[in-house]
Design a protein. Structure first.
Ligand code: TXA
Ligand code: MG
Length: 304
């Protein structure tokens, strides 16, 4: 269903709705409603220590959520928004501790999906939204994935299949450094290219997220065991990851779901050795590394 009016009514009544974005579907609620935010955590079965990101439909809407919006935030927003980049920035009073799990920073994103943009614009205020899946499970990239997860518990806006297919790149922004907490389709290379001369002093590094380190090791997990390998596997339920990184990301979650429903007791994911050396696969490799049960690919080395 794409009944925006119905979705807006639910949001105004402190409810939650599933909202399509270009990355994955989100489970959205008003940042000003404690009831809605609590509902997001309870429907998702998500622990309160894992903060939510806040979605806006303009740069102007993002600014008051932050303590001090600076030139670097502006530059990154100008280049990458709307799009799959979440910026973690010092928060203002407008964002509750419930949303940020007590952290003084908030993750903000301006999604590039017409339905999300219209929903937020018509609602007139930012929406908090994690991916619309149960905690630690595979993220949804279509309305039917969301339905399989929550059935009639959640009103779903159908926006078709998600173009990007994996969640946004999450970055922390500091005076002299950008930390990539979660890799995604926007790479460190692209961020580097986007920063003009004025920001040439900024280092860009992959870093452990400040959110409950260690507790998020297993994520994106299908029900069946997942083996990562470089070897072809005959007659088993397997997916050969496409060499085009955009396609690989777009297909990842629907393939994991499809293989989980098919016959066979195990899932095999077949990867090329040289994906490891190409940052454009970092988002896909990061998700697979957390979804796996058996690792014949990374050999214990977490590269992202
Ligand atoms: O593409 C996306 O980001 C999707 C769509 C729906 O926008 N959303 C999404 O939300 O993936 P979620 O909650 O599933 O993942 C958000 C990630 C979590 O790993 C969370 O720990 C991190 O962002 N995060 C949120 N706020 C943070 C903060 N203040 N500091 C550090 N990490 C934060
Ligand atoms: Mg998630």
């Amino acid at each position: 269903m794409t009944n925006l009016k119905e979705a807006l009514t639910i949001l105004k009544q402190n409810g939650v709705v599933a909202m399509p974005t270009e990355t994955v579907y989100g489970l959205a609620g008003s940042i000003d409603s404690e009831e809605a935010i609590k509902k997001i955590f309870s429907v998702k079965e998500r622990p309160f220590f894992d903060p939510l990101i806040v979605h806006v439909s303009s740069i102007e809407m993002a600014k008051p959520l932050t303590k001090s919006w600076n030139n670097l935030h502006q530059k990154l927003a100008d280049i990458f928004w709307p799009g799959p980049l979440t910026m973690v920035i010092d928060k203002s009073e407008q964002v509750s501790d419930l949303i940020t799990s007590g952290l003084q920073q908030v993750g903000i994103r301006y999604p590039a999906h017409q339905i999300a943009i219209e929903l937020i614009t018509q609602f007139g205020a930012p929406l908090a939204a994690p991916s619309a899946n149960k905690f630690t499970k595979t993220s949804p990239t279509s309305a039917s994935h969301v339905y399989n997860e929550f059935q009639d518990e959640v009103y779903i806006l159908d926006g078709g299949e998600c173009e990007v297919g994996i969640e946004s790149t999450v970055i922390g922004i500091f005076e002299n450094e950008i930390k990539i907490y979660r890799p995604g389709m926007i790479t460190s290379e692209e961020i580097r290219m986007a920063l003009s001369e004025d920001f040439s002093h900024i280092e860009i590094n992959f870093a452990q997220s400040p959110v409950a380190p260690g507790q998020m090791k297993h994520h994106y997990m299908p029900k069946k065991p997942v083996t990562l390998t470089t070897m072809p596997v005959e007659g088993k339920s397997s997916w050969i990851v496409p060499s085009d990184p955009t396609l690989a990301a777009r297909q990842l979650y629907s393939k994991l779901r499809e293989l989980d429903e098919k016959e066979g007791s195990e899932i095999f994911i077949i990867l090329k050795e040289d994906f490891k050396n190409d940052e454009r696969y970092s988002g896909v490799l990061n998700r697979l590394n957390k979804a796996k049960t058996t690792d014949l690919y990374f050999n214990g080395k977490d590269i992202y």
